[in-house]
Unconditional design. Structure first.
Length: 119
């Protein structure tokens, strides 16, 4: 029998060559198992983040809004010199940024592969 790529007569495989081919398949199998484990882990994390999002939103958004209102009233309109207006304003912005970070983290785990390629 002749090998079409090299135009040489094919030799019977040695046991060492068969083992190295099996090691290649084992590495590929481990790669696919790793991908499958990552997909399952990603789905679990995504589900937990999606389930926790209403609670996080119900806590962080009102805290940001109310602390902004308190800062606006006591820090700027009434002008109380003892009120920490900039710290309170930073607290309200920080609560909102924390909520945006949560949404970004949630979108990071929810990304899907692009399917716009031609088959």
């Amino acid at each position: 029998m002749r090998d079409l790529k090299t135009e040489r007569a094919s030799q019977p495989e040695s046991p060492g060559h068969a083992r190295s081919r099996l090691a290649g398949w084992t590495g590929a199998g481990l790669w696919w198992v790793g991908i499958a484990v990552w997909q399952v882990l990603r789905c679990v994390i995504c589900a937990l983040l999606v389930l926790g999002e209403p609670v996080v939103r119900a806590v962080l958004v009102p805290v940001a809004f109310l602390s902004f209102l308190v800062t606006l009233i006591f820090g700027f309109l009434m002008g109380d010199p003892r009120f920490p207006r900039w710290g309170m304003l930073a607290f309200s912005v920080g609560a909102l940024v924390l909520y945006w970070f949560y949404l970004w983290l949630m979108s990071l785990f929810m990304t899907l592969p692009a399917h716009d390629y031609e088959h």
